[in-house]
Ligand binder design. Structure first.
Ligand code: ATP
Length: 365
């Protein structure tokens, strides 16, 4: 009896719908090949174009669909040309993060053959690490609360024991899954500035006490400046990094830069009960409507969703599907014959999805 999963799908704005359709097509193909799970996609209208049509950017019905789903697949939302009356941009994805308490932002950094990385890697080196960014507090806690006088400006950083503990537990669990899959000892590195700020010494202390519950996973700590250097000079030595919101904001863009392009960077935002999976890039209005957007970041976000569902529901078929999807996508990138213009190719969005589907079919046994 296959397991059933309801997936809320936010197709969003700009290139959003163009990359959502092929992503769902690839996920359906995985379901058909596996025959051991079923995905039911439920449309959740939201975003800037929905706001332009209806006056609502995140309708209550879509929020309810998202809350009740097993997972949320979100493409890209927002359009600089459509704004609220106060001039701010429409970002239901940020509202979702707040509404659902999605405190762990997962940003994988992988450099496989064919990735347009600006690094010159030694031949035998593989880069495959995970950055976990706390996403609800830290310096971002201060958003909208900053105090500015004519002579002074202040913002407050907040780190709580409760959120930090949950963040570190999620991180160590993730390190365990990676370690089991890769067949090697896992390591979590706490990235902070504990030598200068008491709040980060606190963050590191909480990290150390949570690490004690995971004796099978190695742990250490690094100052954020040293880590920025290491991400560039020896990224192959990293496994799982966990850090505060603002540091994570900066390091995750550095990570996307190391991979060589936004079109390849997937992400996940995880809470206690809900999780959103979406590409790191925005709605790219400059190329919307032309059918040339790279769907790979969103397809790989779909793979992260399968992986998360697999761990949450103890479902080996989903884990296998996620691994096969990664391998098929890597094959298409390394082959280089079917890529969108952002990766130097001349194929369109649907052709890339077709190539990934062919790679999945030919690899399935
Ligand atoms: P946001 O602030 O909403 O995250 P942004 O300002 O960072 O958005 P993006 O929409 O991510 O901008 O686009 C940045 C550049 O990358 C644009 O030139 C866009 O065309 C390109 N880009 C983004 N995503 C893709 C994609 N999937 N395929 C091809 N090009 C992309």
């Amino acid at each position: 009896m296959p397991s059933d999963f309801r997936i809320a799908v936010f197709s969003g704005d700009g290139i959003g719908p163009e990359i959502t359709a092929p992503t769902c097509r690839v996920l359906r193909k995985l379901q058909d090949l596996s025959r051991r799970f079923q995905l039911h996609f439920e449309d959740a209208p939201a975003g800037a174009s929905h706001y332009a049509k209806t006056g609502e950017s995140l309708p209550a019905a879509s929020l309810a669909t998202a809350r009740e789903a097993h997972a949320i697949l979100l493409s890209a939302m927002g359009d600089p040309a459509i704004r609220y009356p106060d001039g701010t941009e429409i970002s239901p994805q940020i509202e979702l993060r707040k509404e659902m308490g999605l405190y762990a932002g997962l940003r994988p950094v992988r450099i496989a053959p064919g990735y347009p990385t600006p690094l010159r890697l030694p031949q035998d080196r593989v880069v495959d690490f995970m950055l976990v960014r706390e996403s609800t507090e830290g310096l971002f806690w201060s958003m909208g609360r900053g105090e500015v006088t004519p002579d002074e400006a202040r913002e407050t950083l907040v780190i709580t024991r409760e959120t930090s503990r949950k963040l570190f537990r999620q991180t160590f669990e993730l390190a365990r899954q990676r370690s089991a899959r890769q067949g090697r000892q896992g390591r979590v590195t706490c990235v902070d500035k504990a030598n200068v700020f008491r709040a980060f010494a606190f963050f590191r202390d909480v990290f150390k006490s949570e690490a004690a519950a995971y004796p099978d996973i190695a742990h250490d700590a690094s100052y954020v400046d040293a880590m920025a250097l290491k991400m560039v000079s020896a990224p192959w030595a990293l496994d799982v990094l966990v850090t505060e919101n603002m540091f994570g904001d900066i390091l995750s863009d550095l990570g996307a830069g190391l991979m060589g392009g936004l079109g390849l960077a997937p992400s996940a935002d995880i809470g206690d009960t809900n999780a959103v999976f979406q590409p790191c890039h925005g709605s790219a209005p400059d190329i919307a409507g032309r059918g040339v957007a790279n769907p790979i970041a969103m397809i790989l976000s779909g793979g992260m969703m399968l992986d998360w569902l697999a761990a949450r529901h103890g479902d080996a078929a989903l884990a296998e599907a996620a691994t096969r999807l990664q391998a098929a996508t890597d094959k298409v990138i390394a082959d280089g014959a079917t890529l969108t213009p952002d990766l130097g190719g001349n194929s369109d969005t649907e052709a890339v999805a077709d190539a990934i589907i062919s790679a999945l079919e030919s690899g399935w046994s």
